[in-house]
Design a protein around this ligand. Sequence first.
Ligand SMILES: *Cc1c(COP(=O)(O)O)cnc(C)c1O
Length: 522
Amino acid sequence: MSTMNTVGRPTAPNQVDSKPATLTGGRGLLQNEALIFEGDGWGKTGVDLPEPKTDGSDLGDLVRKDPIGLPGLSEPEAMRHYVRLSQKNHAIDLAIYPLGSCTMKHNPRLNEKMARLAGFSDIHPLQPISTVQGALELMDTLAHWLKTLTGMPAVALSPKAGAHGELCGLMAIRAAHEAKGEHEQRRKVLVPTSAHGTNPATAAFVGYSVVEVAQTEDGRVDVADLASKLGPDVAAIMVTNPNTCGLFERDIIEIARLTHEAGAYFYCDGANFNAIVGRVRPGDLGVDAMHINLHKTFSTPHGGGGPGAGPVVLSEALAPFAPAPWVVHDDNGYRLIEREEDEAEQAFGRLCAFQGQMGMYVRALSYMMSHGSDGLRQVAEDAVLNANYIKARLQDLMSPAFPEGPCMHEALFDDEWLKGTDITTLDFAKAMIDEGFHPMTMYFPLVVHGAMLIEPTETESKAELDRFIHAMRLLAGAAKAGDVDRFKGAPFHAPLKRLDETRAARSPVLRWSAPEGSNQAA
Ligand SMILES: *Cc1c(COP(=O)(O)O)cnc(C)c1O
């Protein structure tokens, strides 16, 4: 069957190509939407402002010479523009969002309500401390929950994402080695091959050289290889647990012991904390520093939907070097330790201008308190159960990367099962879009060929998992039956087809400019 029409765009296999194309480019109640700058909002305004009383400008010579370059849309026009754009994309409110490593769970509306309370959302970081006692108490309570859940004595709340938390942790580690006079000799950070890209990037950013640690056949850190690379020149190891293959590091206690014996610190990438929250305390495993992605484990929206927050818990050894600020309280109430003279002599500095992502703190604490400690334990249990359900229901058709034993919160498949079909992991993912499902994470971790990493999270019901599994089984069956056209040209039904994702990432066009000869200002 032909898959190319006259304009070079593939048409879908089966009956779709017998249907007439629409005249406007719209499809089934979804209108086509141009960029806001390409609309006809020029030279008009959507608001009715009174004429200015003064002639000329209060700014003297500084009069604008060119049009301001903003389209003047009315409220319904602006709203429709963004709603139409949003319909071209996926959202966690639409369906399962199975991106492995990203923990795309439902964001409870209660959290949003709490974050919008005026006492949290309408305050300013430079307000007198006496007027923001409630906000500081909330930060202190959140810190208490994070320390309790991880079994760690200190936490730096201010890092604004997981990667920023890694930076915080490694800077605390560097400060600790500097305090011991060992910084000059300890120049290496050990990172397993399966690590998230941010781990080696952070170590390099802080000035360390990165040494890779091998992985065993069953997807864990190769302890013998690690031991052979540990020594007086190593500052830290960075290990993710559960790791990026969705597996618990069985030898984690031994890994921590060996690391400490060599005088190095154990940085744990805690992005996968969702799998163990309420069940395992990283402090009990010998971790010295770990970031917690509030936007993953504690449900604050992310992925185009909101900012992140990456608080870092620290062990006794690293706590003195925690960055300012932090909250303390005494009989006079809550206050912030911000400067050296306020008891922060050993702090390595600060990571951001003020206190961090207040809105995320509110949402995360709201999530914690509405679950309670028993509920948080169930989060981990259900997340792991859901991933194992998917693994069990798909493993007869697809090839699990590590078939032995159960997984943690992610089901990882490789592309072995696609051998001989001429269909790649990418083709398969694009065909999922046609079926209405956001693809899983692809080609990560790099140690697994053609990886497909599926993380359902605990917030998906069995019914939703069954819908996903049903679609996956139909697609896998089509792939095995040689229905190659369905995959090679996919997505056929999405508003945008295959994009040059590499070019989009490497040379992004971040600024719209008016086409030649147009009278629109840019
Ligand atoms: C998400 C993630 C990170 C980075 O977190 P960001 O908040 O995106 O910076 C680091 N490591 C792992 C394993 C992750 O999944």
